[in-house]
Every structure is written in structure tokens, then in C-alpha cells.
Design a protein around this ligand. Structure first.
Ligand SMILES: Nc1ncnc2c1ncn2[C@@H]1O[C@H](COP(=O)(O)OP(=O)(O)OP(=O)(O)O)[C@@H](O)[C@H]1O
Length: 510
């Protein structure tokens, strides 16, 4: 059992324009910036996190807490509840006091699109604070990225050399830099953020987590290993003027200073997800330091009166503003049901999830053919968004969708995690998700930041038992309304659909 603090999702805290703010710990500068951006109150997850991280120990230097080490934090909060700002804001506040540029914050996210999204948030909110934000995703050449991240790669420097204060990256590219970029170091990290943590922890890619923890000095090595791996010897003595972090120095030698302070890393780990694992086994791999667990969920919802999290019956919180439907049907009826949603129920600003990029492109073509036939109304613009597309093309499509020039985006689960597109009002699972985690992240692309949204799941008859069982297991079955669509409701679409279907068959027969 883990100790957790439950935070009521309805909690908000107004942002005061001037004077000192004891409650949030936010500086006047940041508060002004938020108000300029139209953010007038903090959401529940932010009300809990900000005071905890910013004012944890106001009497010591926040940038390097060697006497009172910060506690690690795990946060489980619904999709669209503002987790990104919950870490961006305190990081900006703490790092703003820095004088020298060093890599002090590392943010690891699962996809390139999320790297871009988090970077935009930092740039918007942190504008004018002088913090340099870099990214590493593999979108540019390795040498280009190296030049953006590290000042000097020709002269080895034990303390490293960084051009950025904050790095946002995917785990694969992070490993490339850790192993292949001279002077790239994590020894000065003050924050290690793992967003969409449950997904990243499930990725064993090059054992990325263990490598990161070792590189930031979070893992102590045995005395033998220390001696063997120490870069210091008679011909290469300890640097007098040291730019090494105390924590890293400690991993190599028993180094004494006049002030007998702790030489443990003050790197604070912050983990976030809407479906964060509460499994202590999984969390153990993170070497968490006295972790504090925040769960944004009303106690009634959790059905739990204690502060202990039940790891067996994992509960996921769905945004209160979301309305959910399931339509159980024969597989052959699915295209017609989607047409019904689009043309009879006017579903627009929608993400439609399929199981593969092949079925994505089929579906898009079918609807385009349907559009070609039925020209009696304004054209519905539909587009495929899949990992097969080059990054530049994906970016353009996403921008057109955000500008509402594309009404419906058909995609795979590539976009189901973290993507924040405020106007999405419908999520259609054309192919039902295979587990609850996937369901929660998909439907969470709508009903964000307190807005209303609808989620429709098309469930094939042979999947219905499994799907309902999955919802029941998470005490969610009664929240998903079952609707039936009669033949009479769709018959007006039938002639154009038959023509479109015939055209599709011809294309795929070639
Ligand atoms: N205090 C606030 N006031 C108004 N809007 C906010 C506030 N905090 C965050 N938002 C907005 O809410 C939206 C959702 O936030 P965010 O993307 O951080 O959600 P999330 O919790 O990370 O969701 P997910 O689990 O899906 O990744 C964003 O557009 C963000 O700008």
C-alpha cells in the first residue's frame, strides 16, 4: 500500500495579480504572465503541486538542496486536468534564480509531438525569464542537436557544458546523447520529469531509466565499482576549481569539504500520468526518495476512505465533463455508423481512432468517396494522421486540424497520449481500445480543461463481452450509455454509401 494525498478535482485557487502569494508560491511575474494568457485560477493538480515543489524548503537554496533533500513526487490526475503546467510552473520559478546555464531539468515524454507541445508551454509561460529550452527527438541530424545542446564538444569538461537549462526529449534520443555527445551531462539536474510515466516505465529501451538515474547521480555505486570507474588518478587529479556536482563527485571518491554537507543529488523526480501505475514493484525501479503521491480524484469516486492506494483495483478517473457512449454492432455496419455520426449527428472537430494505419487510410478514402457522391452540402474535410507520414507532413496536418480546416482526423493511438487540442469535441473509437488505459487516454483527448466532450466507442458484437467486462472491472460500465442505431436512421445515407463502397473496392482490387 502507498500513502497518497487525495485532491478533490473541483479544487481551484484564484491567481492574485499582485503582492505576495503565500498559497501558490508563484512570483508576481509568473502570475502576471498567467493572467495575460487568460489563466485566472489554478486547477486542482496545480494547487497541490505548486506549493509542494516551490516552497518545500524556502530557507535553503532551491537550486541545489544538499542539506534538506527534496521528496520525489508521483501524480495521478485525469486527462486534460493541467498536469503540464503543474510541473512547468514550479520549474520556471525554481530555475529562474540560476546564474550559470547548466542542464538542470530533463523532461522525458514518449513522442516527438509531445516534446513540441511541452516546449511550446515552456516558451509561452517562461517568456522573458531567460531560461533556455532545448529538445532532442531525432527530428534533426545528431550533429545539429549536439550543437544546440552542448557548448563545446572538443575539450572534455568534467562538469559538462550546456547551452540549455531545460531539455525535453524522447528516451531514444536521450540515450544517443548520453552515450555519444561529449560534455553532455545530467549531473546538475534539479528536476527529472517523466510525463506519461506509466508508458515510459513500460519501455525498457536500452535500459534508459537505469542509465539516466546513474548519470544524474541518483544511484549509488559500490565502493569497488567507484574505484574502477573513477576518472581521477595520479596523472589526472581532482580538479581544483570544480564544476562537478557534489553528487557525482561523491560517486567517484570520498571527497571531503570544509562544510560537512550531504553530497546526494538534489535531483527531484516528478512522475505524471492519467493512469499512473501504483504498483510499488514498478515504481521501485525509479529509486524514489521518500515519495509523495498525489491523486486527483474525489474520495467517493475512489471508493476509498483511507489514504492507502489499493494497487489491485486500479481506478482511473475520467473527466466529469465527458459523456460516453457505446454502440454494439456487426463489423460490417461500422462504416455506416461512422457516417451516421458525421452526417446525421453532425460530429465534427473529431478524432477517430482505428487499430492500424491500413484501416485509417481505408476509412479516409471511403469517406472521401462518399463526399464526392453527395455534393448537396458543405464538404466535410477528413484526413489521415499516422506514423507512416513524414514529421513535417504530420505537423502541417495537426496545424490545419487545430485551425479547424480539417473537421475529422482519423488516426492510430499515436495521438492518444497527451495531445492537447482544445476544440476536440468528439472522440470516436472506430475500433474499440484493447484495455482500460488506452480507453482513458483516447477519450481524454476531449473534455479537457473543464470543457464538455463526447466519446463514442464502436464495439463489434464478438468484442462486447470483453469490452463491458473491462468497463465493469473499473466500475465504469454504468457511465457509458449504450445506444442503438436503427436501419431507418441510416437509410438516407445508403445510396451514396453503396457507391463509395464500390469505388473503394475497385481501388483496392487494383
Ligand atoms: N489553470 C488553468 N486554467 C485554464 N486552463 C488551463 C489551466 N491549466 C491548464 N490549462 C489548459 O488545460 C489544457 C489541458 O492541460 P494539459 O495538457 O496539461 O493536461 P494533462 O493533464 O497533461 O492531460 P493528459 O493526461 O491528456 O496529458 C491545456 O490546454 C492547458 O493550457
Amino acid at each position: 500500500m502507498l500513502q497518497a494525498e487525495f485532491v478533490d478535482p473541483a479544487t481551484v485557487l484564484p491567481i492574485l495579480p499582485s503582492g505576495e502569494d503565500q498559497q501558490t508560491g508563484l512570483s508576481e511575474k509568473t502570475r502576471k504572465k498567467l493572467l495575460d494568457l487568460g489563466i485566472s485560477e489554478l486547477f486542482a493538480v496545480q494547487t497541490a503541486l505548486l506549493p509542494f515543489i516551490i516552497r518545500q524548503n524556502p530557507s535553503t537554496s532551491l537550486l541545489c538542496e544538499t542539506s534538506s533533500l527534496p521528496r520525489d513526487v508521483c501524480v495521478s490526475a485525469p486527462t486534460g486536468s493541467g498536469k503540464t503546467l503543474a510541473y512547468v510552473l514550479p520549474i520556471i520559478e525554481v530555475l529562474s534564480s540560476r546564474i550559470i546555464t547548466r542542464l538542470r531539468t530533463l523532461i522525458v515524454v514518449p513522442t516527438r509531438d509531445l516534446v513540441t507541445q511541452v516546449k511550446e508551454t515552456f516558451e509561452t509561460v517562461g517568456k522573458g525569464r531567460g531560461l533556455k529550452v532545448g529538445t532532442a527527438t531525432g527530428q534533426h541530424s545528431f550533429s545539429h542537436e549536439q550543437a544546440q545542446l552542448v557548448g563545446d564538444i572538443s575539450t572534455p569538461m568534467k562538469g559538462g557544458s550546456s547551452k540549455v537549462d531545460i531539455l525535453i526529449c524522447t528516451p531514444g534520443r536521450l540515450m544517443d546523447h548520453l552515450n555519444g555527445t561529449p560534455n553532455f551531462t545530467l549531473q546538475h539536474l534539479r528536476f527529472l520529469v517523466i510525463d506519461e510515466a506509466d508508458r515510459l516505465l513500460a519501455q525498457s529501451f536500452q535500459d534508459w531509466l537505469a542509465q539516466v538515474l546513474a548519470a544524474c547521480g541518483a544511484r549509488r555505486r559500490s565502493a569497488d565499482k567507484l574505484a574502477a570507474s573513477s576518472p581521477f588518478n595520479d596523472t589526472n587529479p581532482l580538479p581544483v576549481c570544480d564544476s562537478l556536482s557534489p553528487a557525482l563527485l561523491q560517486t567517484y571518491v570520498d571527497y571531503r569539504t570544509d562544510v560537512d554537507e550531504l553530497k546526494e543529488t538534489s535531483c527531484q523526480k516528478l512522475l505524471f500520468s492519467a493512469t499512473l501505475t501504483q504498483d510499488p514493484g514498478r515504481l521501485a525501479s525509479l529509486d524514489l526518495r521518500n515519495p509523495k503521491y498525489f491523486v486527483v480524484q474525489s474520495r467517493a469516486e475512489g471508493g476509498d476512505k483511507s489514504d492507502d492506494l489499493d494497487i489491485i483495483s486500479e481506478r482511473f478517473t475520467i473527466p466529469a465533463t465527458l459523456t460516453e457512449y457505446m454502440i454494439i454492432c456487426d463489423p460490417s455496419q461500422k462504416p455506416m455508423i461512422l457516417l451516421h455520426l458525421i452526417y446525421n449527428l453532425s460530429v465534427r472537430s473529431a478524432l477517430v481512432f482505428t487499430k492500424s494505419s491500413e484501416s485509417t487510410s481505408r476509412l479516409v478514402r471511403l469517406i472521401e468517396f462518399f463526399e464526392d457522391v453527395s455534393t448537396d452540402r458543405e464538404r466535410v474535410v477528413i484526413c489521415a494522421y499516422s506514423s507512416d507520414l513524414p514529421p513535417g507532413e504530420r505537423k502541417r496536418i495537426l496545424e490545419r486540424f487545430k485551425a479547424q480546416q480539417i473537421h475529422i482526423l482519423v488516426c492510430s493511438d499515436l495521438i492518444s497520449r497527451g495531445a492537447d487540442i482544445s476544440h476536440v469535441s468528439h472522440v470516436v473509437s472506430y475500433d474499440a481500445p484493447i484495455d482500460m488505459r488506452k480507453y482513458v487516454h483516447r477519450v481524454g483527448r476531449t473534455a479537457r480543461a473543464g470543457r464538455a466532450g463526447n466519446a463514442w466507442t464502436l464495439v463489434e458484437e464478438q468484442e462486447a463481452r470483453y469490452f463491458k467486462g473491462m468497463l465493469r472491472e473499473h466500475s465504469h460500465l454504468e457511465k457509458v450509455k449504450r445506444i442503438k442505431i436503427s436501419q431507418r436512421e441510416t437509410e438516407g445515407l445508403s445510396p451514396a454509401y453503396q457507391i463509395a463502397l464500390q469505388k473503394l473496392k475497385e481501388v483496392y482490387a487494383r
